[in-house]
Design a protein around this ligand. Structure first.
Ligand code: AP5
Ligand code: MG
Length: 213
């Protein structure tokens, strides 16, 4: 099963993608996580991506597409995957489609997690992310058992650099301009499924499971 998570920054794509990955036994592939892992490891790719991420802009398609196609060609992606944060532009979606068509394959579902901009800004300020495993929490909505510490791996939780309010607004603008057109793109292909992302995370997950079967 090949699933795409669509939605604004902070809509809950990552939260839901992790739960889907676990339930269906497929890898969770997040381009944002890949860039952050590279940054942490000090690779050239990470440093290049950081320039765009910190400014709230998209990393250029050429670079992002290369990373993503490499990742989904790995063995663990044979039976499918859930893509979180990719595609983010029409050209990215077209590259993915071409690559899959060559394999006689296609995306099964594009799940669009809908959350209004006002709610996004509140969520991002409260988000804390694990420096090691990438798990995300919210200081009020989804707090870790122990403040500042990841439940899953015990590492430190931090506020992402790009979650500062002024950068969040820029990311939302970029989303509306460059990523939202994908809703139409996948709707025309008949695989778009909207879910109300303002509900509780378990409720949203139940709705998604109903869609995926
Ligand atoms: P990326 O890491 O993908 O960030 P994003 O899309 O901006 O999305 P987020 O990770 O911020 O939000 P999310 O939807 O995953 O929400 P989450 O589950 O964490 O990308 C970062 C940057 O990398 C981009 O800006 C860009 O520069 C670059 N990049 C990445 N991919 C790229 C691409 N394809 N092309 C070009 N550039 C790319 O939830 C958010 C918060 O809300 C958390 O605190 C969570 O605990 C909480 N929450 C979740 N669900 C709920 C709920 N139901 N109720 C209440 N709170 C909730
Ligand atoms: Mg995410």
């Amino acid at each position: 099963m090949k699933i795409i998570m669509l939605g604004a920054p902070g809509a809950g794509k990552g939260t839901q993608a992790k739960m889907i990955a676990e339930k269906y036994g497929i890898p969770h592939v997040s381009t944002g996580d890949i860039f952050r892992a590279n940054l942490k490891a000090g690779t050239e790719l990470g440093l290049e991506a950081k320039k765009y991420m910190d400014a709230g802009q998209l990393v250029p398609d050429e670079l992002t597409v290369r990373i993503l196609l490499d990742r989904v060609a790995q063995d663990d992606c044979k039976n499918g995957y859930v893509l979180d944060g990719f595609p983010r532009t029409i050209p990215q979606a077209e590259v993915l489609e071409d690559a899959l068509t060559k394999l006689n394959d296609s995306v099964d579902y594009a799940i669009n997690v809908e959350v209004p901009d006002e709610a996004i800004v509140e969520r991002m300020g409260g988000r804390r992310a694990c420096v090691k495993c990438g798990a995300t929490y919210h200081i009020v909505n989804i707090p870790p058992k122990k403040e500042g510490i990841c439940d899953t791996c015990g590492s430190e939780l931090i506020l992402r650099d790009d979650d500062k309010p002024e950068t969040v607004q820029k990311r939302l603008n970029v989303y509306h301009e460059q990523t939202q057109p994908l809703v139409d793109f996948y709707s025309k292909k008949g695989i778009l499924k909207d879910v109300d992302g303002t509900k509780g995370m378990q409720e949203i997950f139940a709705e998604i499971c109903g869609i995926l079967g």
